[in-house]
Design a protein around this ligand. Structure first.
Ligand SMILES: NC(=O)c1ccc[n+]([C@@H]2O[C@H](COP(=O)([O-])OP(=O)(O)OC[C@H]3O[C@@H](n4cnc5c(N)ncnc54)[C@H](O)[C@@H]3O)[C@@H](O)[C@H]2O)c1
Ligand SMILES: O=c1ccn([C@@H]2O[C@H](COP(=O)(O)OP(=O)(O)O[C@H]3O[C@H](CO)[C@H](O)[C@H](O)[C@H]3O)[C@@H](O)[C@H]2O)c(=O)[nH]1
Length: 321
C-alpha cells in the first residue's frame, strides 16, 4: 500500500514506519519536526517536512494514498493543563485539516493514535472500550475530540477508521539493523526519566504525588512495548473496514505503580534511582489499566514482549547505544 504516516519522525511513528517498510509498503512521512527528528525517519521512507495544516500539499487528488496513519500531535498530559491552547490547535484543528485533505484526496482508510487518557478515572479496571470517556486532562480531551470527528466521518462519508487507544508506551526497537527509541526533549515520561537518573544524567526522580487511592499511593499505569504497539498498527490497517470506526485498547492488562516502576528500573540497570516525592501533577488519573481482549480477538494481536523488565531493558539498551 501507499501510506502517509503523520508524526513519523517521532517515537511511535518512526517504529511503525520501520515495520511498514519491512512489510513492503511505500511510506511518506509528514512531520514538521517540532518534537521529532529527521534522522529518526527510517531509511526508505520519504520525509515531507510540513505541518498537519499543510497536509493537502501531500494529499493531493490523484496522489493515490491507500491509508493515513495519524501519529502527529502533542502528547504531554501535564503540559496540556498549563498550555491547553496548543493542544486544541495541534491535536484538533491540525487533525481536522488532515481529515479534510484525506477526504478530498479520496483516502479510504485512517488509523489514529488515540489514548487511554480519554477514559479519565475509569470506574473499573481493566478498562474495556465500552467504558465511559471522561478525560481528566486537556490532552485526553483533545484526543477524544478527534475520535468523535472520525466517527462522524465514518458515518457521513464511509471512511474505514481504526482508533488505537494506547496505554503507556515504552521500550525501544532493538534489532541489529534498527535501533529506534524515545527521544523527547524535554522528556516527560516516567521510564526514560528514571533511566536518565540511573545513568547519572539527572540527580533524582520526582515522583508526582503519593496520596492517590492506590496500593502505595502513587499512580498506576499499564506499560506496552513500542514494538508490540507498532505491530498492532499493521493488523489494524488490514482490519479497517469501510463505514466502520473500530476502537481498540492496547495494553498488557498489568498495572504498575510509579514506585514499582522505579524498583524495576533499579533492578534492570543495577544502578540507584534516588526519588523525591513532590505534589501531584495536574490532570493525572490515579490508575489506568487496559483490557485488550478485543484487540486480541478481532485483530489477532499478541504482545511478544509483555514483561515490564524487558521493556525497561530495551529502553536502557537504547539509552546506552
Ligand atoms: N507515547 C505514549 O505513551 C503515547 C500514549 C498514548 C497515545 N500516544 C499518541 O501516539 C502519538 C505519537 O506519540 P509519540 O510518543 O510518538 O510522540 P512524539 O512526540 O515522539 O511524536 C509526535 C510527532 O508528531 C510531530 N508533530 C507534532 N505536531 C505536528 C504537526 N502539527 N504537524 C506535523 N507534525 C507534527 C512531531 O514533530 C513528532 O515527530 C501521539 O498522537 C500520541 O497522542 C502516545
Ligand atoms: O518525572 C516524572 C514523570 C512522570 N511521573 C508520573 O508517572 C506516571 C506516568 O506519567 P507519564 O508522563 O510517563 O505518562 P502519562 O500516563 O501521563 O501519559 C502517557 O500515557 C497516556 C496514556 O495513558 C498518554 O496517552 C500520553 O501520551 C502519555 O504521555 C504519572 O503518574 C506521572 O505523574 C512522575 O512521577 N515523575
Amino acid at each position: 500500500m501507499k501510506l502517509l504516516v503523520t508524526g513519523g519522525a517521532g517515537y511511535v511513528g518512526s517504529v511503525v514506519t520501520r515495520l511498514l517498510l519491512d512489510a513492503g509498503h511505500e511510506v511518506v512521512v509528514l512531520d514538521d519536526l517540532r518534537t521529532g527528528h529527521a534522522d529518526a525517519v527510517p531509511r526508505g521512507a520519504t520525509l515531507v517536512t510540513a505541518g498537519l495544516a499543510d497536509a493537502a500539499r501531500v494529499l493531493t487528488p490523484g496522489s493515490g494514498f491507500d491509508a493515513v496513519l495519524h501519529f502527529a500531535g502533542l502528547i504531554a498530559a501535564g503540559e496540556s493543563m498549563v498550555r491547553p491552547e496548543i493542544y486544541w490547535d495541534v491535536n484538533v484543528v491540525g487533525s481536522l485539516a488532515l481529515l479534510h485533505a484525506a477526504r478530498a484526496a479520496g483516502v479510504p482508510r485512517m488509523v489514529y493514535s488515540s489514548t487511554a487518557a480519554v477514559y479519565g478515572n475509569p470506574a473499573r479496571i481493566p478498562v474495556p472500550e465500552t467504558a465511559p470517556t471522561a478525560p481528566t486532562n486537556t490532552y485526553g480531551a483533545t484526543k477524544l475530540a478527534f475520535d468523535h470527528a472520525l466517527t462522524s466521518e465514518v458515518h457521513a462519508y464511509g471512511l474505514a477508521a481504526v482508533s488505537l487507544r494506547y496505554f503507556n508506551v515504552c521500550g525501544a526497537l532493538v534489532r541489529d539493523d534498527a535501533m529506534i527509541g524515545e527521544r523527547h526533549d524535554p522528556e516527560t515520561h516516567l521510564i526514560p526519566i528514571a533511566l536518565e537518573v540511573a545513568a547519572g544524567r539527572r540527580p533524582h526522580l520526582e515522583v508526582f504525588g503519593d496520596d492517590y487511592d492506590t496500593p502505595d499511593g502513587t499512580c498506576v499505569r499499564d506499560y506496552i512495548h513500542v514494538a508490540d504497539l507498532a505491530a498492532a498498527h499493521l493488523l489494524a490497517l488490514d482490519a479497517a473496514t469501510p463505514k466502520e470506526h473500530r476502537v481498540y485498547n492496547l495494553g498488557n492488562g498489568n498495572g504498575f505503580s510509579n514506585l514499582q516502576v522505579v524498583d524495576a528500573v533499579r533492578a534492570v540497570t543495577g544502578h540507584p534511582v534516588p526519588v523525591r516525592v513532590s505534589p501531584r501533577r495536574g490532570g493525572d488519573p490515579a490508575a489506568l489499566v487496559a483490557s485488550s481482549v478485543l484487540a486480541r480477538r478481532e485483530l489477532g494481536w499478541t504482545p511478544a514482549r509483555p514483561a515490564l523488565h524487558d521493556m525497561i531493558g530495551d529502553a536502557w539498551a537504547y539509552l546506552r547505544r
